[in-house]
Design a protein around this ligand. Structure first.
Ligand SMILES: [Zn+2]
Length: 258
């Protein structure tokens, strides 16, 4: 069974009319392209659970959660989402369960509170993102790098080398479309292809920053079994992050909001 053979060259999901995720038009670098296609091929064509088109009301709630998360620096409560979206809180609770099934958010199993909505999590992952006066945590390095373009702003990311613990700091420019600074200048990223039900608990812990290509290689050599994935420069990783997160808040080409 080779499902990938039947997929188009650039598999993407039209998340709303005219908005495709990932956005292949942003991908200019060969290894960034290999990262996005390799992830799919490594899993025999299994798409991430987020790779689908939501109903209009689900899509509105998803975007409302992400806007409020960034604006407030914390996950929104049901009442916040209801006030911002005009949808009744009872309906929102059910929709959040649907978004959880699609691995777009994660909820506290007891309280139902939002604990994660990619590219943000309440878990202290070590990837700290300074966004509009708030400090938020990203589940992985690629999520962190996609945030600025997604919100049309700039961010500063503070993390540590996944091998030696040395500080890594990345600042964006041009509303997230470019890198302003990378310290150390040779800092790199590992993009892992593992996926099992939830990105946050499968691939994310291994999608990390490294102070150098050398430390990324040393870390990779220490892994058993050997991990499937691809090493990226920071420029390449920025393209992957933008391709995945850039489309998330883009309005559809026709009026789908009610
Ligand atoms: Zn290091």
């Amino acid at each position: 069974m080779n499902v990938t053979a039947h997929l188009p060259n650039d598999p993407a999901v039209e998340i709303r009319p005219g908005v495709f995720r990932p956005d292949w038009s942003l991908v200019t670098k060969r290894r960034a392209r290999e990262a996005l296609t390799g992830r799919l091929a490594a899993r025999a064509g299994l798409l991430d659970r987020w790779a689908l088109r939501l109903e209009a009301a689900e899509d509105l709630i998803w975007r409302t959660v992400l806007r409020l998360y960034a604006d407030c620096g914390r996950p929104p409560m049901l009442a916040d989402i209801a006030a911002a979206s005009g949808i009744a809180a009872d309906d929102i609770a059910g929709t959040l369960q649907t978004l959880w099934k699609h691995d777009l958010v994660a909820l506290d199993p007891h309280s139902g509170d939002i604990r994660l909505a990619y590219p943000f999590t309440q878990v202290a992952t070590g990837h700290r993102v300074e966004l509009q006066g708030h400090v938020l945590h990203a589940p992985c390095a690629i999520d962190a790098l996609g945030i600025a373009d997604m919100y049309s702003t700039n961010v500063a990311i503070s993390s540590r080398c996944h091998h030696c613990g040395a500080p890594v700091r990345v600042e964006t420019a041009s509303e997230g479309k470019a890198l302003r600074s990378v310290m150390p200048s040779a800092a790199a990223v590992w993009y892992d292809f593992a996926y099992d039900a939830s990105a946050a608990t499968s691939c994310c812990p291994a999608i990390a920053f490294f102070c150098s290509e050398d430390h990324r290689r040393q870390w990779l050599n220490d892994q058993t079994p050997r991990r499937e994935g691809i090493g990226l420069t920071m420029d390449e990783a920025l393209e992957v992050g933008r391709a995945i997160f850039g489309p998330v808040l883009v309005e559809g080409s026709s009026d789908i909001q009610t």
